[in-house]
Design a protein around this ligand. Structure first.
Ligand code: GDP
Ligand code: MN
Length: 401
């Protein structure tokens, strides 16, 4: 689950990291009021930032400065409703604009191969790290946190010096350690601050001071660990979730959309992978990964079928069920129910083995389903059906043309 910048910043603040103040505004009017408050409190300008779950908002025109409440209203009005990489901007972050001296990059990421947390830092901040990695890989400093001791001071200091943050050593060490703490506290896969910035501020006595702050924040949480953090579920942004992902999550199905034409409905993640492999070997392309889980009842099967059919590219469906806890006849009933509600005709090849397979076969036969005795046969038939549908589609397109 990806968090919006404002929510990610809240988590950083909760872990004691320095983040400039902000308000989230949903309308241009709200942005004007927020800007007025920050300007009155002494800010020279305010920054207005699109809150969408994609990077590169700055380049896309989703990050702008404003010098007055009226200008903030106008700027926010322009950003709200904007389309950034396919996402519609529905809210903006408003905060006092930072006077940036230099931008850095700092992130903690889960390194699966090393089974630990990897810190990545660079003096080339503000730009996309992928670009730095490609053009100047030596500019990225990498450091693993100790699996038990976490990030230790000497490591954090080394990282800070290598990043050119020697003048802000204490703050940089606290920052690096803070990212690791944040990562652990919320079971995050990624905690990225880009830019981490040295900013110039006027202190209470009028003196100019430089400070290290998080100007942007990106946090991705491990979905599988969300159960351990019930409060974080509320940070899920329903607007940003693809409708099919939302539907699958609510129905308790594991669904990942792919680019092919053959919809797959399978119980068990391993069997789903195998099914996709066999579809590929038979010359087809799977349209999705779908694990209906163990013990799925008829209504869940019908739900899964609706999800598969919602993808217009799907022109054949392969159902592969290995009955264990899941009963074959329940799945068959679900398929029959799903087909009754089906809005478009798509050939379906069904293979059900295991618990109550015989009952399932009788039900499917009565309902005139195409069945297959083996998985290889099912995959071959599904690919054949998909190709036939492709050919028929091409032929009818020719007729209309
Ligand atoms: P992203 O493009 O989606 O990563 O959004 P960022 O929050 O990283 O902002 C992009 C860029 O806008 C930053 O790298 C900064 O150069 C600039 N920026 C962001 N906030 C401020 C600010 O408060 N003041 C100034 N002057 N520039 C800012
Ligand atoms: Mn950024």
């Amino acid at each position: 689950m990806k968090l919006q910048e404002a929510d990610a910043k809240s988590l950083l603040v909760a872990q004691g990291l320095p983040v400039p103040a902000w308000t989230v505004a949903h309308t241009a009017g709200e942005a004007r009021d927020a800007a007025a408050a920050f300007l009155e409190a002494g800010a020279d300008k305010v920054v207005i930032k699109a809150q969408v779950l994609v990077g590169g908002r700055g380049k896309a025109g989703g990050v702008k400065l404003a010098g007055s409440p009226a200008e903030a209203e106008q700027v926010a009005g322009g950003i709200l409703g904007m389309d950034i990489k396919g996402m519609t901007v529905r809210k903006v972050l408003v905060g006092p604009a930072a006077d940036i001296v230099k931008e850095f990059y700092l992130a903690a990421v889960l390194d699966r191969a090393e089974r630990g947390i990897l810190l990545m830092g660079s003096a080339e901040g503000g730009v996309e790290i992928e670009t730095v990695a490609e053009e100047n890989p030596a500019a990225i400093i990498r450091l693993h946190a100790h699996p038990l001791l976490g990030l230790q001071d000497f490591g954090a200091r080394e990282l800070a010096f290598a990043m050119g943050l020697g003048a802000h050593l204490k703050a940089a060490v606290a920052m690096a350690k803070g990212l690791v703490t944040t990562m652990k506290a919320y079971d995050a896969d990624l905690v990225e601050v880009n830019p981490l910035a040295i900013v110039r501020e006027t202190g209470a006595d009028g003196a100019i001071v430089e400070r290290l702050v998080c100007l942007d924040a990106k946090i991705t949480l491990d979905d599988s660990a969300l159960e351990r953090h019930p409060g974080l579920e509320a940070l899920r942004d329903p607007d940003e979730e693809a409708p099919e992902d939302k539907e699958a999550r609510e129905a308790g199905l594991t669904f990942i959309k792919l680019d092919g034409t053959i919809g797959c409905m399978v119980n068990g993640a391993g069997l789903a992978m195998t099914t996709m492999d066999l579809v590929k070997r038979a010359g087809g392309e799977p349209a999705n990964f779908l694990d209906i889980g163990g013990g799925a009842r008829a209504d869940k099967v019908a739900h899964a079928m609706r999800l598969i059919l919602a993808d217009p590219k799907v022109n054949a469906i392969l159902v592969n069920i290995f009955g264990g806890i899941t009963r074959g006849d329940e799945v068959a009933r679900g398929l029959i129910e799903a087909r009754a509600q089906q809005t478009r005709e798509v050939p379906m090849i069904v293979r059900i083995v295991g618990t109550n397979a015989a009952e399932a076969a009788t039900l499917l036969e009565e309902a005139n389903f195409q069945t297959a005795a083996s998985l290889d046969e099912a995959a071959a038939k599904a690919v054949q059906a998909s190709r036939a549908a492709d050919a028929a589609g091409a032929a009818s397109a020719n007729v209309t043309a």
